[in-house]
Design a protein around this ligand. Structure first.
Ligand code: BTN
Length: 317
């Protein structure tokens, strides 16, 4: 009852956005007391709406919060949480509780977002997309699933280039960059035996509507957002729905046909191939020229002595 009154009040304010609407008009239209209107306005403010109030004029909606649209997400089969430690941790828990393949969870905020190599991932509220997708590729070995992170990066870069005209590139293995600055990353975690996968969680973090001063000082020179680079605000719910649809379709295709269908897409958006690179991985460091991605998804690097290396896991320094 209160919730629907709140929705109706919001509708009235949205229809008059930027103009004042008296408390009396609202209370008459809804058939509720002015005190009840005031109470709902207070809750709307707590939810992030900026509503000014002036005596004898009423209420005026100045600004809406950038909230994820829970109903739209539910319709796309995506679970929403306001705050979690990490969507990857939540998604793993969902898997342990028997959630089916392709279950997806998004959070507005992560209190302990995880990055690759044990790093933290800065995940403030109302600004980015922090989500994880569960896969159960039980017929594949852990090694065979390795390129799935590359598939994810290629699909996201392709979508942002084609549909949103943003020059997103992929830095091997899975950093999403715009003009050399990081706008997204992917953290894949798996539970497996040496020869059998239990499940795989693909965690995706995208900086969307952040301004420069939203990033911590230590990230300001290296990180960027879609809004900063594209000069426009992005509807996070719509973007998530678009990406989710394309990613699930791509995962199904990958599970049937392997990485070959995505090889060219990754190369097309790569900012690594053809360039000099120093790569560090558990086995050491090697410098040379990145010349290709092989069909298993490993980076092919020719070192300064002409030796060819196939590197499946590591980081460009
Ligand atoms: C990287 O280091 O580049 C990977 C960052 C991955 C961040 C995402 S945000 C959603 C998901 N949950 C996490 O805790 N991490 C991933």
């Amino acid at each position: 009852m209160h919730d629907s009154n709140r929705e109706l009040i919001l509708k009235e304010l949205i229809s008059k956005r930027g103009h004042y609407l008296s408390g009396e008009t609202i209370s008459n239209r809804l058939g509720i007391s002015r005190a009840a209107v005031a109470k709902q306005i207070k809750i709307l403010r707590k939810q992030g709406y900026t509503i000014s109030a002036v005596t004898n004029r009423g209420y005026c909606l100045e600004n809406e919060p950038d909230l994820l649209d829970i109903k739209k997400l539910a319709a796309a089969g995506i679970t929403y949480r306001q705050v979690v430690d990490s969507t990857n941790a939540e998604c793993r828990q969902m898997a342990e509780n028997g959630a089916p393949a392709f279950s997806t969870i998004v959070a507005d905020e992560q209190s302990r977002g995880r990055g690759r190599l044990g790093r933290q991932w800065h995940s403030p509220p109302r600004s980015g997309l922090w989500f994880s997708i569960l896969l159960k590729p039980i017929s594949l070995t852990p090694a065979e699933t390795a390129p799935i992170t590359l598939v994810t990066a290629a699909i996201i870069a392709g979508h942002l280039n084609e549909i949103h005209h943003l020059p997103v590139t992929v830095k091997w293995p899975n950093d999403l960059l715009i003009r050399g600055k990081k706008t997204g990353g992917i953290l894949t975690e798996l539970k497996a035996e040496p020869d059998r996968i239990d499940y795989l969680v693909i965690g995706i973090g995208l900086n969307i509507n952040q301004q420069h001063n939203h990033f911590p000082a230590e990230l300001q020179g290296q990180a960027t957002s879609l809004m900063l680079e594209g000069n426009c605000w992005f509807n996070r719910t719509d973007l998530l729905s678009e990406l989710h649809f394309k990613l699930i379709r791509a995962y199904r295709q990958f599970l049937k046909h392997g990485f070959s269908d995505f090889h060219n897409l990754w190369l097309q958006h790569s900012s690594t191939i053809g360039k000099s690179a120093t790569i560090s991985w558990a086995g050491g460091t090697v410098s040379g020229k990145a010349i290709d991605l092989d069909k298993t998804g490993s980076l092919v690097l020719e070192d300064n002595q002409g030796t060819i290396h196939h590197i499946s896991y590591g980081e460009i320094l």
